[in-house]
Design a protein around this ligand. Sequence first.
Ligand SMILES: NC(=O)C1=CN([C@@H]2O[C@H](COP(=O)(O)OP(=O)(O)OC[C@H]3O[C@@H](n4cnc5c(N)ncnc54)[C@H](OP(=O)(O)O)[C@@H]3O)[C@@H](O)[C@H]2O)C=CC1
Ligand SMILES: Cc1cn([C@H]2C[C@H](O)[C@@H](COP(=O)(O)OP(=O)(O)O[C@H]3O[C@@H](C)C(=O)[C@@H](O)[C@H]3O)O2)c(=O)[nH]c1=O
Ligand SMILES: [Mg+2]
Length: 297
Amino acid sequence: MKILLFGKDGQVGRELRRTLLPLGEVFALNRQDADLQNLTGLDRLLQTVKPELIVNAAAYTAVDKAETDSATAFRINAEAVEVMAGHAFRQKILLVHYSTDYVFDGQKPGAFVETDATRPLGVYGLSKRKGEEAIEQSRCNALIFRTSWVFSAHGGNFIKTILRLAKEKNRLNIVADQFGAPTSAELIADVTALAIAGYRSGRIGSGIYHLTANGEANWHRFARHIVDRALANGLPLHLDASQINAITAEDYPAPARRPKNSRLDTSLLSSGLGLQLPDWTVHANRTIDQLTLSPFS
Ligand SMILES: NC(=O)C1=CN([C@@H]2O[C@H](COP(=O)(O)OP(=O)(O)OC[C@H]3O[C@@H](n4cnc5c(N)ncnc54)[C@H](OP(=O)(O)O)[C@@H]3O)[C@@H](O)[C@H]2O)C=CC1
Ligand SMILES: Cc1cn([C@H]2C[C@H](O)[C@@H](COP(=O)(O)OP(=O)(O)O[C@H]3O[C@@H](C)C(=O)[C@@H](O)[C@H]3O)O2)c(=O)[nH]c1=O
Ligand SMILES: [Mg+2]
C-alpha cells in the first residue's frame, strides 16, 4: 500500500514514520517537500503520487499566533484538508487526520464525547473544526483523531518549555484551572496504526474518535510532575516543584482563550479496538527521562 504522510517532521509525524512502516510504502513529506499553503500544488501532488492512504499530521499549531494570523491557520488546517478530503473521496481512499480538544468550549462538567457540540474559543480551534467539517462534507472515508496536550522528545511542547524555564528561573506561575490529558506523539502514532488495521478489518468505521492517554492533569500539576522527575534524575535546575505556583488562566494573559475542561472520553476508540490506553504519566515519564537522563553519564 502506498501511503502519503504529510508533516513528517512534526511531533506526531515523526512517530508515524515508525508506525506506518509495516503497513506499506511510506512517502513522507515535510513543508519543504509540499507547502500546504499552496492548494493547487497540493492537488497536483496528490494526482501525481496516487496514494492509497493519506495521513495528515501537518497542521498550524501555534495557538496564540493563530489569533493574528488566521488566514494562514485556516489555509493549512481547513482549506488544505478540504483538498485532501476531496481527493480521498474521488479516489475512494482513506484519509487519516488529527484534531484537537480545542474544538470544544470546555464548559461541560464531564469528559467530552465525539458527538458533543463543538464551540471553539479561538482561531486555532475554529480552523481545526473547519478541517473536520471539510472532511465530513466531502463524504470521504476518514479517521479523525481528536487528541490533546501532545508531547514528545522532539519538537516544541510543554515538557520542553518547562525544562527550559526551570533552568532559567527560580519561580514559575502555571495555570491550574485547565484540565486535560497530556498525550505522547508515540501513543498517537501507535494507536493510529492499530486503528488503520482496525478500520480495514471492519472493527471501527469512518468517523471522529477521541484519542488521548488515560487520567487527567492540569498544566500546573503537569509542570510539577516534570520538575519532580527531572530533579530525581539528577538534572540541575533553578527551582523545585514547590516553587511552581498555581495561578488561574485569568492571571496568565494570552492572545487565545483555552478551554477549562479539555477532558476527552476515549471509550469509543478503545472499545472498538479492544485497547487499554495508558495513564498519561507512563509516556510522560519516559519522555522526561529521555530528555534528562544522559545515557553517557
Ligand atoms: N501539539 C499539540 O499539543 C496538539 C496537536 N494536535 C493535532 O495533532 C496533529 C499533529 O500535531 P503535532 O505533531 O503536535 O504538531 P507539530 O507542530 O509538532 O507539527 C506540525 C507539522 O506541520 C508542519 N506544517 C506547518 N505548516 C505547514 C505547511 N504550510 N506545509 C506543510 N507542513 C506544514 C510543520 O512544519 P514546520 O515545522 O516547518 O512548521 C510541522 O512539522 C495536528 O493536527 C495538531 O493540530 C491536537 C491536539 C494537541
Ligand atoms: C509557559 C507557560 C504556560 N502556561 C500555560 C499557558 C497554557 O494555558 C498552558 C499550556 O501552554 P502551551 O503553550 O503549551 O499551550 P497550548 O499551545 O495552548 O497547547 C495546545 O496546543 C494545541 C496545538 C492543542 O491542540 C492543545 O491540545 C494544546 O496542547 O500553560 C503558564 O501558565 N505558565 C507558563 O509559564
Ligand atoms: Mg503551543
